[in-house]
Write a protein that binds this ligand. Structure first.
Ligand code: GLA
Length: 382
C-alpha cells in the first residue's frame, strides 16, 4: 500500500511526499450508542484503514487527490466549507478547517488519500480520513497536537462537514488503538483501559451486510435528539446527573412511568449496554467466552428492539451466526441501519460460518463481505 501511495502522490503532484501516515478504521466490540451518552464503549482499531501522503506546496491551497474516488480538487485553505456536491472531500477539508479554527497555522499542502477499508460500512472510514489527515498535518507542520485534542477536532470536523452528530468513539479508536487489544473507554471521563483480545482458537469476524448506512441523515441524529430529551427528564428526577449514563439502571426500572414509552426503551438500552460493557471486560479477562458471546447477542437484541437501529439484513446475519455450532455470539456494530456485524467464534466454526453466508447472498441479492477483525495499533507515520 505504501509504495503505491507514494507512486500515486508522485504521479499527481510531481513530488515525493514529505511523510506518509496510516490511520485505522475500527470495529466496536460492544458498547453501542453509548458514547454520546457519556457511557462505555469497547472498540478495537483494525488493520484496515486510510493511507495519507502529504507534502507542502507553495500556494494557499489544500490540494486533495482521492484515489478511491478518482478525484482531485484544490480548495482555498482560508475558505474551507462543506459541500454536498463534493462530499468525497468533506472529511479532509473539515479537519483542516477545525485545526485552523484552533489557532494552528497551516500553509498549502498536497494530499493523497487512499484506503483499504469499505466506505460507509460502519467501520469508521470517515473518522480514519479525519484522523489520517489531521495526524499528517500535525506532523508535517510540527503542531504537536495532543492525541486527545486531535480526536475532538476530528469529531468536530465530522459534525460540521458531514452533518453526522457522532460521538467520540471512532476518532478515539483510530488514534489510541493498540495491537491485540480492545480499548474500553469511559466516554465521560475519557479514561481508557486496554483489554487483551488475543485468545487461542478464537476469531473475531466482521461481516459486511453491504447495505450502506449514512449517519448524516435519518435515524442516527434522531436518536441523539431523543437522548437529549431523555436527559431532561432524567435530570428532573436526579438533578445531580451530568450525563444520561449517570442515571441508575434500578432507578430507571422504578421510574418507568416518567418516560414516554419510546424514550424508556432507548434509555433502557443505554444503561443496560453500559452494564454489558463492564461485564464483558470482566468476562474476557476471566476467559469466560460463553458469557462474552451471550453479552454480544444481548447487545444486538437490545439495539434491535429497544434502540431500533438494526435492519433485517443485520438481524439475519446475527440469527444465522448464532445457529452455527462454535459461534459464541454476534451483534451489529457501529451506528446501525446497515453496515457490519461482529461475530466471535471458535476457529473451527469459521468455515461453516463463511459457507452459511451463501444463503444471505441468495436471499438479499447482495454478497456479504467477511474480514478478520485484527486488533491493531492506532494512527502512525509509516
Ligand atoms: C457511529 C458514531 C459513533 C457511535 C456509533 C454507535 O459509529 O460515529 O460515535 O455513536 O455510531 O455506537
Amino acid at each position: 500500500m505504501k509504495s503505491k501511495l507514494i507512486k500515486d502522490h508522485n504521479h499527481i503532484f510531481h513530488t515525493k511526499p514529505a511523510l506518509t501516515v496510516f490511520a485505522p478504521g475500527r470495529v466496536n466490540f460492544i458498547g453501542e450508542h453509548t458514547d454520546y451518552n457519556g457511557g462505555l464503549v469497547m472498540p478495537m482499531a483494525i488493520d484496515k484503514g486510510i493511507y495519507v501522503a502529504i507534502s507542502k506546496n507553495d500556494n494557499p491551497f489544500l490540494s486533495i487527490n482521492s484515489t478511491d474516488f478518482g478525484k482531485r480538487r484544490e480548495f482555498l485553505l482560508e475558505n474551507l466549507t462543506p459541500d454536498k456536491e463534493e462530499a468525497w472531500a468533506n472529511c479532509p477539508k473539515g479537519i483542516a478547517k477545525v485545526i485552523q479554527d484552533n489557532h494552528y497555522e497551516l500553509s498549502g499542502v498536497d494530499i493523497t488519500i487512499e484506503g483499504d477499508i469499505p466506505l460507509g460500512a460502519g467501520l469508521s472510514s470517515s473518522a480514519a480520513v479525519e484522523v489520517g489527515v489531521g495526524f499528517a498535518l500535525s506532523e508535517l507542520f510540527g503542531l504537536n497536537i495532543r492525541p486527545q485534542d486531535l480526536a475532538f477536532m476530528c469529531q468536530q470536523a465530522e459534525h460540521d462537514f458531514t452533518g453526522a452528530k457522532c460521538g467520540i468513539m471512532d476518532q478515539m479508536s483510530s488514534i489510541f488503538g493498540k495491537k491485540g487489544m480492545a480499548i474500553k473507554i469511559d466516554c465521560k471521563t475519557l479514561e481508557k483501559e486496554e483489554i487483551p483480545l488475543g485468545h487461542k482458537n478464537i476469531n473475531f469476524v466482521i461481516t459486511n451486510t453491504s447495505v450502506k448506512h449514512d449517519l448524516s441523515t435519518g435515524g442516527y441524529n434522531v436518536r441523539r435528539k431523543e437522548c437529549a430529551e431523555i436527559f431532561e427528564i432524567a435530570k428532573s428526577i436526579s438533578p445531580d446527573i451530568e450525563t444520561v449514563s449517570d442515571f441508575s439502571y434500578e432507578k430507571l426500572l422504578s421510574k418507568k412511568d416518567s418516560f414516554p414509552e419510546t424514550l424508556y426503551h432507548r434509555f433502557h438500552h443505554i444503561l443496560a449496554e453500559n452494564n454489558r460493557v463492564t461485564e464483558c471486560a470482566a468476562a474476557l479477562e476471566s476467559n469466560n467466552f460463553e458469557r462474552v458471546g451471550k453479552l454480544l447477542t444481548e447487545s444486538h437484541e437490545s439495539l434491535a428492539d429497544d434502540y431500533e437501529v438494526s435492519c433485517r439484513e443485520l438481524d439475519w446475519l446475527v440469527d444465522n451466526a448464532n445457529s452455527i455450532e462454535g459461534v459464541y455470539g454476534s451483534r451489529m456494530t457501529g451506528g446501525g441501519f446497515g453496515g457490519c456485524t461482529i461475530t466471535m467464534l471458535d476457529s473451527k466454526a469459521l468455515e461453516p460460518y463463511i459457507a452459511s453466508l451463501e444463503e444471505y447472498a441468495a436471499k438479499f441479492k447482495i454478497s456479504p463481505e467477511v474480514y478478520d477483525a485484527i486488533p491493531s495499533a492506532g494512527a502512525r507515520v509509516i
